[in-house]
Design a protein around this ligand. Structure first.
Ligand code: XMP
Length: 508
């Protein structure tokens, strides 16, 4: 299988570059610039390298650099933004702050005849975001594109197959960005489009059939996309030797527990133990209002619930997890590798020990995980779901949690989601929150007194920051009317217009 390397210098679009290449059915891997050497790149046999953008200036002492031996590997390189400047610098060119100042946003691009621009019109629009630029080209290079303020918007040394573009081809604002990447990957690096999900599935199944033969594997099933897909994939490989434990804490969305059990357990035949632990969790949460306290209690109760199941199922050899690629890639930002911090609920009991961990999805992006899930026969209803926090509705009920409040929230939340989905509006995350404020209302001739419900919807790529979603008023109106009419106990509905930061996505 042909592979491309995305060498990460801390750019915010590094994952996007890899995803764009994978969308062309070529496997792309991201490595932080300080975690791989030219020799390792050579041995790995990558067909091409992309240097990503990054926030630095090549002349800053602390800016990320790379051994210039990479230029002699005879592997094509495409530098993007900072990567373009770094390529120019490593090859002996001069980089300076652009004379006309920073260039940011949509910019008109003029390109020359070049294999990188095959099929791209001479004039198009690109996305620029830079302060520095290539002032003097390195020896052997020539400029192959310009904009009004940037004389070297792209450069190349065709003989050595070294290319640099000052703009960002990976973002959709660059009109022919995908075509440019396509030209690099196929026309210049000569990759074969042989990264196919069906192959991935077959190869994974064959691998685990071999590696896990005769072994017992435990998977803690949250019901979310990743753990569900991991469960079905491993089930295909080892059948009944996989035991999935699904702890239903009673704080899931409306009908969710049943849906997971029906789909995975009944329809797809996954060996699943559903633990109905609502009473245990609600008992432990009784009277608790402090958010962190709630999370801690839920974590602790998960461990307890597992301990009981552990006694029943006996010793397991391996632990399977739904870890995915964005969870494991180390970013090139700064010198210390930053790994996405997880706030998953609890761990497993200390008494449970395993001789190894199995992570069948650790090479895949989320959209690829969804595709694998669908190819494995998991319905879209499950694979296309939005993220849901481990502590569930506990962090969406402000104040004390009671059964009555859970029921109110489940109903209202289901209505809001249904209205959005029916209208074809799919923010990154959208849900309802039950506040602990009560307010007066009027229905017919009667005065009512009930809860204030907040609706929340955010748009984001990574959930580290998020914007509140501009939902059309008509949808909000329909949701509000239905909720106040159909859910007795809610008298008022508000829409949260706070982004993250300063707010978090969840209320607690
Ligand atoms: P916040 O509220 O931190 O949420 O802005 C960011 C994203 O993380 C999810 N989230 C959690 N996921 N366990 C999880 O598995 C948790 O305890 C947890 N808390 C928040 C949240 O739904 C959003 O997608």
């Amino acid at each position: 299988m042909d592979r491309m390397l995305v060498l990460d210098f801390g750019g915010q679009y590094n994952q996007l570059i890899a995803r764009r290449i994978r969308a062309m059915k070529v496997y792309a891997e991201i490595k932080a610039y300080n975690k791989i050497t030219p020799e390792e790149i050579r041995v790995a046999g990558y067909k091409g390298i992309v240097f990503t953008g990054g926030p630095n200036s090549v002349y800053d002492e602390k800016s990320p650099h790379f051994d210039k031996a990479v230029l002699t590997l005879d592997i094509p390189i495409l530098g993007i933004c900072y990567g373009h400047q770094l390529l120019g610098y490593l090859a002996g060119g001069i980089i300076t702050p652009a004379e006309s100042g920073s260039e940011y946003g949509a910019t008109e691009l003029f390109v020359e005849d070049n294999p990188l621009f095959e099929g791209i019109p001479q004039r198009s629009s690109c996305f620029m975001s830079h302060t520095d630029g290539v002032k003097t080209l390195p020896e052997g290079f020539c400029a192959i594109a310009h904009t009004k303020n940037c004389s070297v918007a792209a450069m190349c040394d065709e003989k050595r197959k070294l290319y640099g573009v000052q703009f960002h081809p990976e973002v959709t604002h660059t009109e022919y960005g995908q075509a440019l990447l396509h030209n690099f990957v196929f026309g210049i690096c000569h990759c074969n489009p042989d990264w196919v999900m069906d192959d991935f599935i077959e190869q994974s199944i064959a691998k685990y059939q071999k590696e896990l033969a005769g072994k017992r594997v435990l998977l803690a099933l949250s019901g979310g996309v990743d753990s569900s897909v991991a469960a079905v994939l491993l089930h295909r490989a080892i059948g009944k030797n996989l035991t999935c434990v699904f702890i239903d804490h009673g704080l899931l969305r409306k009908n969710e527990g049943d849906m997971v059990e029906k789909t995975l357990g009944h329809a797809l035949g996954v060996n699943m133990i559903r633990v109905n632990a609502k009473e245990q969790f609600l008992g432990a949460l009784k009277g608790v209002v402090e958010p962190e306290e709630k999370r801690k209690i839920i974590g602790r109760e998960f461990v307890r619930a597992f301990e009981r199941v552990g006694d029943e199922i006996g010793q397991m050899d391996f632990l399977a997890q739904g870890t995915i690629y964005p969870d494991v890639i180390e970013s090139g930002k700064g010198d210390s590798a930053v790994i996405k911090s997880h706030h998953n609920v609890g761990g497993l009991p200390d008494s449970m020990t395993f001789s190894g961990v199995v992570e069948p999805l650790r090479d895949l992006f989320k959209d690829e995980v969804r595709e694998v899930g669908e190819r494995l026969g998991i319905p879209k209803q499950l694979t296309q779901r939005q993220p849901f926090p481990g502590p569930g509705l506990a962090v969406r009920i402000v104040g004390e949690i009671t059964e009555q409040k859970i029921a109110l929230l489940q109903e209202a939340d289901a209505i809001f989601r249904e209205e959005l989905e029916d209208a074809g509006v799919r923010p990154s995350q959208y849900f309802a929150v039950l506040t602990d404020t009560k307010s007066v209302g009027v229905m017919g001739d009667h005065r009512t007194y009930g809860y204030l419900l907040a609706l929340r919807a955010v748009s984001t790529d990574d959930f580290m920051t998020a914007e509140w979603t501009r939902i059309p008023y008509e949808i909000l109106e329909r949701a509000s009317n239905r909720i106040t009419n159909e859910v007795r106990g809610i008298t008022r509905v508000v829409y949260d217009i706070t982004s993250k930061p300063p707010a978090t996505v969840e209320f607690e």
